[in-house]
Design a protein around this ligand. Structure first.
Ligand code: NAD
Length: 487
């Protein structure tokens, strides 16, 4: 590349990745170069090579520095090799740069058969990308009971809700649907629902609605063409977006973008596909379409359109398709497929309806740590979790005795989420993990630190407590849920 070309080139950190990563990265680079995209690739490492080199996070500092400087990355899939490191390098990258919005378009492509072909599916899943159970905060609270903390913040919900509407605005979309499990997880999933509904009032030009996530899956396989943008929490979005990629022909075709204020990272939805790695079989379309999104992010609309049209023409011709989409037709390898796209650059497909794209207006959300302030708060009690192989009756009677003379009294015990003491609400098949709810004897009084410490000291003398949670009230509203069967 000449110096003048380098001077105007868009700098992109390229992480080829593991498994099929180098093959899809190479095909994508070749097609972009042939289309005239002026990119300076800054090649960097993450994933398997980094883990094997002893970097526990799977992301070397050089790679972090490169993304920090370039602010844009194109990434192949990364595996988390069993036996090295603890965390996913993918999650680390997303979290390091607070890339909180994972945008996963799902659009029907020409000549891809399947039960949903011809329905005109063209939707986008917006997945919250840094919170939820993907924080991976897990503990074995007893030898047989595991816990994973699902942390959802009002700030995170506000950012992802606003981003969804801004995305709708930038792409000329009409409807934004929030999909949650708020009917069961009223506090965590419910926080996305209520925040979304508040934010939606500021975007009256869009149809906005809420759907329970399981019904969303049901509707997605019955009438997928009715969806436009779907926003959800991290795990639900991960699952639903794999489902939606299946609707239009599979993981080989599903692109994505990880969006934050500090950096943007484009990647395929699929993983390292070890079963076909190194065999010239992988379909590079997912990473190619991710790079098309990247070009639009740079404002390079003409080059992006040129590549998308060439891909459409190649799919329509159907004479050089990779095995995953060949569907009975003779399949070609990754390299041959890429060559065919290159040969089709400059041709136009009438199947591709060009959309208007305007840059996404990134939401401005306060970075205050105490994002939500509360004028009136008090604790009305505490849940003390106890590990014990004793039956609930014995634990309950003992705890009632232990709490005598303290300001707190035992209200109930639940086991596996269901009340088992003083009245068992259901047939008991419990475990050695009891959630013991203590509340203030005098309900007009708030629990003090001294009350809580006194209780823990008393309980700890006879029982192994493993976890505590305060029972807060914010502006008179309980900040906790009831157990099944609790009055
Ligand atoms: P996978 O997506 O790698 O593969 C699932 C199936 O889809 C395989 O049969 C594979 O051959 C096929 N497939 C995937 N992409 C394809 C493509 N482009 N063309 C043709 N066929 C394709 O999922 P997996 O097997 O569950 O995961 C393998 C590894 O990838 C794991 O280590 C996982 O942690 C990692 N992973 C990484 C990412 C990422 O980097 N973003 C995402 C998912 C999984």
């Amino acid at each position: 590349m000449s110096d003048s070309a380098t001077a105007t080139a868009h700098k992109v950190t390229l992480i080829a990745g593991d498994g099929v990563g180098p093959e899809v990265a190479s095909a994508t680079k070749d097609i972009l170069a042939a289309a005239g995209a002026n990119i300076h690739w800054d090649e960097a490492v993450a994933g398997k090579e980094a883990f094997e080199g002893g970097i526990a996070s799977g992301v070397p500092q050089d790679t972090i520095d490169s993304i920090d400087a370039n602010r844009v990355a194109l990434k192949g899939p990364l595996e988390t090799p069993v036996g090295f490191g603890g965390k996913s390098a993918n999650v680390t990258l997303r979290k390091l740069f607070e890339m909180y919005g994972n945008i996963r378009p799902c659009k029907e492509l020409p000549n891809i058969g399947g039960p949903f072909a011809g329905r005109g599916i063209d939707l986008i899943v917006v997945r919250e990308n840094v919170e939820d159970v993907y924080a991976g905060i897990e503990h074995m609270q007893s030898p047989g009971v595991a816990q994973c903390l699902k942390l959802i913040s009002r700030k995170g919900c506000e950012k992802i809700s606003r981003l969804s509407f801004e995305l709708a605005r930038s792409l000329g979309r009409k409807r934004v649907t929030c999909a949650t499990k708020a009917n069961i997880m009223k506090k965590t999933e419910g926080l996305l629902k209520s925040t979304f509904e508040d934010v939606a009032k500021e975007f009256p030009e869009f149809t906005s609605d809420h759907i329970i996530i399981d019904n969303a899956c049901h509707q997605l396989v019955i009438r997928p063409e009715t969806f436009d943008i779907i926003v959800s929490t991290n795990m639900n979005g991960d699952i639903v977006s794999d489902l939606t990629s299946g609707l239009v022909g599979g993981l080989g075709l599903a692109p994505s973008m990880n969006l934050g204020d500090q950096a943007v990272m484009f990647e395929a939805v699929h993983g390292s596909a070890p079963d076909i790695a190194g065999q010239d079989k992988v379909n590079p379309t997912a990473l190619l379409l991710s790079s098309v999104m990247m070009l639009r992010h740079f404002g390079e609309f003409e080059t992006a359109d040129k590549i998308e049209h060439a891909l459409y023409v190649t799919l329509e011709e159907g004479k050089a398709l990779t095995g995953d989409i060949a569907q009975g037709r003779p399949a070609v390898g990754t390299k041959r497929f890429a060559e065919e796209i290159i040969a089709n650059l400059g041709k136009r497909s009438d199947k591709l309806v060009d959309r208007d794209y305007t840059p996404i207006n990134m939401p401005k959300v306060s970075s205050d740590l105490d994002f939500v302030k509360c004028s009136d708060r008090r604790d009305v009690g505490a849940d003390v979790f106890i590990e014990s192989g004793k039956m609930p009756d014995e634990v309950g009677k003992s705890l009632e005795q232990i709490a005598e003379g303290s300001n707190l009294q035992l209200k109930m015990i639940s086991n596996r989420g269901t009340q088992v003491y003083p009245v068992a609400a259901a047939a008991f098949d419990g475990v050695d993990h009891h959630r013991c709810r203590f509340v203030m004897r005098d309900k007009s009084q708030a629990m003090t630190e001294a009350d809580l410490l006194d209780l823990l000291q008393r309980v700890g003398q006879s029982w192994r407590w493993i976890h505590i949670e305060r029972l807060p009230e914010y502006n008179g509203e309980p900040g906790y849920t009831k157990a099944q069967g609790e009055d």
